[in-house]
Design a protein around this ligand. Structure first.
Ligand code: ME8
Length: 516
């Protein structure tokens, strides 16, 4: 039985269209999910939209439409983005679904049964943009002397009757969690920052609102809807069938990874485990807070007019190219910057000129000149050396990096293999051998064919469509990481009735669009 693996993205606020930061999170999570599937795991990958809260209500009011209509329309753009970017989610959840209301009410009742919810009056600062309450001491001063949240967003004074969650009770259990499970929060910078926050003391958390009704109703408390983060976090349980203790829940919970951005680590690494402890539900294994994507180093914002539409980028440069760029350029966990020039430069260097060219010249030479796959020939130590290096990279280095969420490190290892193949071609010069030493040429081309297949398999999580296209052209049917261990595949392919057709290039050279 394949070991289950459950991974989630954050669920996005559908108060506007998706931007490149949303695309980045979906792509990174997708690469990890695809990698685990290729490792033979039984993967459940969930993403979706977070449709409640005041921000949704206000945006809809500003547009003069119903909140539900705004959610419906914008959520469809997130789903469309995922489908266009080849995101292999198993479930796209919308928090307006009835099943999610049931799950949120169930966790609420479990926390209440544990004595952790009480009714009181909330007076304090709230940022609608962050959907977050802040302590006075956390606020910063804006340029005009106004109060801002630590994220720099406006805050408003809020006073209303509210349910409270006894977060203060969980200070020590949370610190114990971070100490006994050091991998619970990654990377370390996020872990340290969260520990400092919790060590500083935790106030009880206001978890319901009465000033609007767009949300999950608090069971048995007329006029109260849940604070949006209570229901939002619960989506991870709804997706696996909670509150039913059914097959999906038993198989996939607790989640292996919650992949989220650095701005929402507090919700996932403080509130969420506290809610779960209160409700008696096992905790996720890891919360990973990735960095932010900046447009040429500047923070994206609608007012700066530099929010890149991910679908426009994918259309201009290609889906796999965008995926490759984002995952290779940005060390997972750090912030990163993107620009059209950087996408073009990297994709041309690594994909078009290095890997694409390697595959194209090898396959087209074979198809044009040999009439069959190369076999026999006179082997030399350079061949076994190259294949040993490729085996080290594809069976060890790349999977070790990907398994540890080292996406750019895995790609770097892969690229070392590509470069080694290109050096081997230059040194062996198979095109020249055609006349001078055809026996040797056969061994060189067979070596390259093997190496290219292995490199195409391990990069599939990053560039799934291009990898599949190349492996199709090459007649390589087995495509998971286990296939890398089978040294007999090439001889079996030679003995089969497969014939190599003249290939078409998988990575065209990119040009900068005229207006950039
Ligand atoms: O926070 N670069 O939704 P959201 C990288 N609904 N990642 C970015 C980014 C950027 N420039 N901007 C945003 C929410 N993100 C909540 C989550 S989960 C139970 C509820 C990331 O639409 C952000 O960090 O504001 C988050 O992980 C995700 O995009 C959705 O952000």
């Amino acid at each position: 039985m394949a070991k289950p693996f459950y991974i989630t993205t954050a669920i996005s606020y559908p108060n506007g269209r998706p931007h490149i930061g949303h695309a980045y999170e979906a792509i990174a999570t997708d690469a990890i999910a695809r990698f685990q599937r290729l490792m033979g795991r039984d993967v459940f990958f969930m993403t979706g939209t977070d449709e409640h809260g005041l921000k949704m209500v206000q945006t809809a009011r500003d547009k003069g439409i119903e909140t539900a209509a705004l959610a419906e329309e914008m959520s469809s753009y997130f789903k469309k983005m995922d489908n266009s970017l080849n995101i292999s989610y198993d479930r796209f959840i919308r928090t307006s679904e009835p099943a999610h209301h049931v799950a949120s009410q169930a966790i609420w009742q479990a926390m209440e049964a544990n004595g952790d919810l009480y009714l009181d009056r909330y007076e304090g600062w709230y940022s609608i943009r962050d959907e977050a309450f802040y302590d006075e001491k956390e606020l910063v001063e804006g340029e005009g002397g106004e109060k801002l949240s630590p994220q720099g967003t406006p805050v408003t004074w809020t006073a209303e009757e509210s349910w409270f969650f006894r977060l203060s009770k969980y200070q020590q259990p949370l610190l114990d969690l971070y100490n006994t499970q050091p991998d619970f929060i990654r990377p370390d910078s996020r872990r340290n920052e969260t520990m400092r926050f919790v060590e500083g003391g935790l106030s009880d958390l206001s978890v319901s609102r009465t000033s609007f009704d767009w949300g999950v109703k608090v069971p048995g408390s007329d006029g109260h809807v849940m604070y949006v983060w209570v229901d939002a976090l619960t989506n991870y349980l709804t997706g696996v069938g909670y509150p039913e203790d059914g097959e999906a829940f038993r198989k996939y919970w607790p989640a292996d990874y919650h992949i989220i951005g650095k701005d929402i680590v507090r919700f996932h690494a403080v509130y969420w485990p506290a809610f779960l402890m209160s409700a008696g539900i096992p905790l996720p294994k890891q919360v990973f807070g990735h960095g932010f994507l900046l447009n040429r180093g500047e923070k994206m914002s609608k007012s700066l007019g530099n929010v890149a539409d991910p679908l426009e980028l994918a259309e201009a440069f290609g889906v796999d190219q965008l995926r490759y760029f984002l995952l290779s350029e940005v060390t997972f966990g750090n912030d990163g910057s993107y620009s059209a020039e950087a996408i073009v430069t990297r994709c041309n260097a690594d994909l078009a000129n290095s890997f694409g060219n390697l595959a194209q010249r090898t396959l087209s030479f074979i198809a044009k000149n040999l009439g069959a796959l190369p076999s026999g020939g006179r082997g030399e130590p350079a061949d076994t050396d190259l294949l040993a290096l490729i085996a080290q990279i594809t069976r060890k280095d790349v999977p070790a990096a990907f398994a540890d969420l080292g996406l750019s490190q895995g790609i770097e290892a892969w690229l070392r293999g590509v470069f080694a193949c290109n050096q081997y071609i230059d040194a062996q010069a198979p095109w020249a051998l055609r006349k001078t030493d055809p026996e040797r040429m056969m061994a060189v081309l067979a070596t390259l064919y093997r190496a290219i297949r292995d490199l195409a398999i391990v990069i599939a999580p990053v560039i799934p469509a291009a990898s599949a296209k190349l492996l199709d052209q090459m007649g390589a049917e087995a495509r998971d990481f286990a296939a890398l261990e089978d040294d007999g595949w090439y001889d079996a392919l030679v003995a089969s009735d497969f014939t190599l057709a003249p290939p078409s290039p998988i990575f065209p050279r990119l040009e900068l669009p005229a207006e950039a």
